[in-house]
Write a protein that binds this ligand. Structure first.
Ligand code: C2O
Ligand code: CU
Length: 507
């Protein structure tokens, strides 16, 4: 079974978290104002504390896909152009109509940007949407001014305007880009794409494969349903869709050959949906999380769990028999399991008898935090349905240490949650005091997850987005080595838009 149009359920059935909770919640919801309250929350009085970078007008014709520069001594320059515009694409199988989306360069997901570690990336973004936008380079440790956060790091790109982002790529790994302006709608309508930074010496595999996972809420005519920013989605699990896509389509099968070794890069580009992927009949190895290498290990519990914005690089050895077929199954929402795609083996003889140990990727140049000497802070996430939403501004459903911030949109000002000293080590104790999952993302840095619920983590993994289960606590550690104002927020985009947003200043 897969998520598809034929299995559409009414809105309240879509989130699939827990039917009883949902029913209770929707009863209570009737007393809430919807829609306009959020708008009001997001567009409070403009402020003028910051200077804005100038937009770029009059772009010359540039190639749609990156082309390697040729400089020898200087880091090579990879240049690309992204045009955000409405477009019709075939998200669902051909027997259904096309879907009107918002796309980069006409495709959903957007074009794959590829460069090598240490190279410079220059991307000319043009906005052909009817509203403002920005592009955020999720997980890239870049200068603050290139981070794509409206009103904090740049003036949003006006309709018809442009902006050129340029930065060096310090880390190899699997990253992605997406708007940071009204992202709960802009991402929900299709805007995001992969940014792959190759290792200087990539590990040996037969194929380097990318699966960008998307999730859309479609009507029976395959159009994207409206109702973005509905308080029901804001205050629950976010806008979970009814149509899961793999690289912008709904393929039945993915062709493989017995004996081959894949590096499979997974990106969860959905606004709210969590995935827990099981590769039936196979034993994948996780070799990187959020772009950062990790000691190769089998996913705990047998499933690769990816909250919104999270990435995993797997080594997948095709150990099953020629001609066989095996489901990639998503069982995250116990009441709504489905098969994402089938691994379909060709009849060819196995490429090799047995693959060796999985490769260990070379570490990226991250500063190691001194956990013992680190300054510590506690950060508590509250709110949500069945949680405490008392005292929050109209349209807000969540808070970080008691404060509900907007996304900086409309210039709504907010003070930093923390001010950190450049070069010092910090441990942040994150406390999820809600009944919902929250993938918490810090811009401009990667951090080690050193404990969960008081117990040391086995791999001390480097992440940029750490998923907190309901009531879970985690300690993250990092060196505050990148100066600027960095967003620190939940990546369920409706949560981000309705208060689970804050800023950490490094200076
Ligand atoms: Cu992927 Cu603040 O974002
Ligand atoms: Cu959240």
């Amino acid at each position: 079974m897969r998520c598809c149009l034929a299995r559409r359920k009414p809105l309240t059935g879509l989130t699939g978290i827990n039917a009883r909770e949902m029913e209770n919640a929707s009863m209570r919801l009737r007393s809430f104002d919807r829609g306009s309250a959020l708008r009001e929350f997001l567009h409070r009085a403009p402020h003028s504390r910051r200077r804005f970078l100038a937009g770029l007008a009059g772009l010359s014709a540039l190639p749609l896909l990156p082309a390697r520069g040729s400089a020898q001594a200087m880091p090579a320059l990879v240049e690309a152009r992204l045009v955000a515009a409405p477009r019709e694409v075939q998200l669902v199988p051909e027997k259904y109509p096309a879907t009107g989306v918002w796309a980069y360069n006409g495709s959903v997901p957007g074009p794959v940007l590829r460069a090598r570690q240490g190279e410079r990336l220059r991307v000319h973004v043009e906005n052909a949407l009817a509203e403002q936008t920005t592009v955020h380079w999720h997980g890239i440790r870049l200068p603050n001014a290139m981070d794509g956060v409206p009103f904090i790091t740049q003036r949003p790109i006006e309709p018809g305007g442009g902006f050129t982002y340029e930065f060096t790529l310090p880390d190899a790994g699997t990253f992605f880009y997406h708007p940071h302006q009204r992202s709960y709608e802009q991402v929900g309508r299709g805007l995001s794409g992969a940014l792959i930074v190759e290792e200087r010496t990539p590990p040996e595999v037969d194929r380097d494969v990318l699966w960008v996972l998307g999730d859309y809420r479609l009507s029976a005519d395959a159009s994207i349903r409206g109702g973005f920013g509905h308080f029901m989605d804001l205050s629950h699990a976010g806008r979970i869709g009814n149509t899961v896509t793999l690289n912008g389509h709904m393929p039945e099968s993915f062709r493989v050959r017995a004996g081959e070794r894949l590096r499979l890069r997974l990106i969860n580009a959905a606004p709210a949906r969590v995935f827990a992927l099981e590769f039936r009949g196979h034993r994948p190895w996780v070799i990187a999380l959020d772009g950062q290498p990790v000691e190769p290990h089998e996913p705990p519990g047998g499933a690769v769990v990816l909250g919104p914005a999270m990435r995993a690089d797997l080594i997948l050895d095709m150990t099953a028999a020629p001609g066989s077929r095996h489901a990639v199954h998503d069982g995250f929402y116990a009441r709504r399991p489905y098969d994402l795609v089938d691994l379909e083996y060709s009849d060819e003889a196995p490429l090799r008898a047995r693959a060796g140990d999985p490769p260990r990727l070379p570490d990226n140049p991250l500063a190691e935090p001194e956990v013992r000497a680190a300054e510590r802070h506690e950060i508590v996430f509250t709110g949500g349905m069945m949680g405490d939403m008392r005292g929050l501004p109209r349209g807000a459903a969540w808070a970080v240490n008691g404060v509900a911030n907007g996304c900086g949109e409309g210039g709504s000002p907010f003070e930093p949650l923390l001010v950190l000293r450049k070069g010092r080590s910090y441990v942040l104790h994150l406390v999820n005091d809600t009944l919902w999952h929250h993938p918490i993302h810090l811009h401009g840095h990667s951090f080690r997850v050193v404990s969960r619920n008081g117990r040391p983590t086995r791999y001390r993994e480097w992440l940029d987005t750490v998923m907190l289960a309901p009531r879970e606590r985690a300690e993250i550690a990092f060196v505050a080595d990148n100066p600027g104002d960095w967003m620190f927020h939940c990546h369920v985009l409706e949560h981000q838009a309705s208060g689970m947003m804050s800023c950490i200043r490094v200076g």
